[in-house]
Design a binder for this molecule. Structure first.
Ligand code: HEC
Length: 504
């Protein structure tokens, strides 16, 4: 889709700079290379853009959206690290389009047009190895609060598989805010499906056994590079954890998912570094009404040599900018991702053109800014209201994610341990709730009471049902479904820190 102008066209452009600009010779190459991939039958663009008639009819609007760089959609600054699949017009191309409109949109000779590229029909990455569709459509009401709903796609795979890429085709793109693709190997999600008479189920009543990716509007599907792939063990079902934002019109969602497998298991394990972790759950996001420059900052020191593959961010409406930098052990600094005009609707994952090596000791830092003033046209509230962290799209979140692998396969454990410990920050929030109920002082007694077999560990069956999944997810670093004394100590430290801070 991103076929650039042939070199010969670029070289000859100045020769006819003063000559008449025609659709077929000068405009079609721009449209084919940058617009038609989405603006054609069955794709996300709301109308087709490829023929002279189609482009001519929309010429004024097209001129406006390319001038303010609303189209083609692309939000990462391109002067730092080179990315794959950059969708961005050259200044000259924007001017050329303007000249064509000013000249009265001459058509020219169809023989001058380049052949229309061979766009993949349906799947952007070609025919998937496995296609699964939700058994029944889910009806999204016209209005009301945002909806979180899980949909189960039973797989019944006879053997372990490795996933190179997924491509998700929603049927109601306008209301689908995002979909997280979790795995469940316990059959729990399957048993919850449809219990309330509608397809899927609400809440997080299953334990995620893995993830094979995320879908957000505007994401470009892409295969993981080299031999990298995500595990999809046999016996796992996929759970689409989907967030809908009603649009004013009843919509039916029946997602189809295409999965692309690797031929063999990868040599190294993917490790995501989210800064701040858990979409900013523990970052204390609390933005006063009218505040025009609220900043969330966090950093993470990578303990091993790391090979970064892609980078992206997540926030909601009032986020303005995102910046992730890497400070290398030698003091050098690299910008990994800069977004100066955050747009909730276009949360792409940006793949580095070349994998980026970050040596052990590199500190990655995220700075995310928000504008909760009346001057922000994207503010969901008029007049502005205090906005806190939360799951509704009118709440806020904020985090940036680097995806990659340790350079040495053997460093996986150390890296994932460091990332898990970092996630313990989330306990700030949990801890706050506990402190408010004066649980901190009572913690030793609580632990003693819970530890029914008195072995000093809190096993899964000993944890309070309501807190079980969050406690295990955040504290169970060695993943044995039980909290050992050192893991319990992390919780104690957290509570005491919070308490000390509060009293100071
Ligand atoms: C990645 C897919 C994608 C690409 C590439 C893309 N568009 Fe779009 N375009 C969309 C979607 C989706 C919408 C509707 C949602 C929106 O307006 O944000 C849209 C909307 C538009 C609109 C309507 C905007 C409005 O304000 O009503 C115009 C005009 C447009 N695109 C022109 C273009 C042109 C010209 C190009 C190439 C230079 C292009 N698009 C490239 C997906 C794309």
């Amino acid at each position: 889709m991103n076929t650039r102008l042939p070199l010969v066209t670029i070289l000859t452009l100045p020769l006819f700079a003063n000559a008449e600009v025609t659709y077929h010779r000068d405009i079609a190459p721009i449209i084919y290379a940058n617009c038609t991939g989405c603006h054609r039958e069955g794709e996300s663009g709301p109308f087709p853009l490829s023929t002279f008639e189609e482009v001519s009819r929309k010429a004024k609007t097209v001129e406006r959206v390319i001038e303010d760089r609303y189209m083609p959609p692309w939000h990462a600054s391109i002067e730092h690290v080179p990315f794959h699949d950059i969708r961005r017009l050259e200044k000259e191309e924007i001017e050329r389009f303007g000249n064509w409109v000013t000249a009265g949109k001459p058509e020219g000779d169809p023989a001058d047009a380049p052949p229309i590229p061979d766009f993949p029909e349906g799947w952007q990455l070609g025919e998937p190895d496995l296609v699964v569709t939700m058994a029944k459509a889910y009806e999204v009401p016209a209005d009301g609060p945002d909806i979180y709903r899980n949909f189960v796609l039973p797989l019944d795979l006879p053997e372990d598989k490795w996933v190179k890429a997924v491509e998700l085709r929603p049927s109601a793109r306008s209301v689908l805010h995002h979909s997280l693709l979790f795995l469940d190997d316990s059959g729990t999600a399957r048993s919850l499906d449809g219990k309330d008479g509608k397809p899927g189920f609400s809440g997080m009543g299953f334990r995620k056994s893995g993830s094979i990716g995320t879908y957000v509007p505007g994401a470009t599907p892409r295969r993981l590079p080299g031999d990298l792939a995500r595990p999809l063990p046999k016996g796992s079902d996929i759970v689409l954890s989907t967030h809908f934002h009603p649009s004013g019109k009843i919509e039916e969602e029946q997602t189809t998912l295409g999965i692309y497998f690797a031929d063999s298991p990868p040599g190294r394990k993917l490790e995501e570094l989210q800064v701040p972790p858990a979409f900013g759950r523990g970052a204390g996001i609390d933005i006063p009404a009218g505040e025009s420059n609220y900043i969330v900052e966090d950093s993470f020191k990578i303990p091993v040599d790391y090979e970064a593959i892609s980078v992206g961010g997540h926030a909601h409406y009032i986020c303005e900018t995102m910046l992730m930098t890497a400070t290398l052990p030698d003091g050098g600094e690299k910008v990994l991702l800069e977004i100066t005009d955050w747009d909730l609707d276009w949360q792409d994952t940006y793949y580095f053109a070349e994998p980026l090596i970050l040596p052990a000791g590199t500190v990655i830092k995220s700075v995310i800014t928000y504008d909760n003033s009346a001057n922000n046209p994207d503010n969901p509230n008029t007049p502005p209201q205090r906005i806190k962290w939360g799951r509704e799209s009118t709440d806020e979140m904020g985090s940036m994610t680097l995806i990659g692998v340790p350079v040495e396969a053997g460093d996986s454990r150390m890296l994932s341990r460091a990332a898990k410990l970092d996630q313990a920050k989330i306990l700030a929030e949990v801890g706050k709730e506990l402190i408010n109920s004066r649980t901190a002082e009572k913690l030793p007694q609580i632990i003693k009471a819970l530890d029914r077999d008195g072995d000093g560990n809190l096993h899964e069956t000993e944890l309070p049902p309501r807190m079980k999944s969050i406690l295990l997810e955040k504290l169970d670093i060695d993943r044995d479904n039980s909290l050992n004394p050192s893991e319990i100590q992390t919780l104690k430290d957290w509570l005491e820190n919070r308490k000390a801070k509060k009293e100071a």
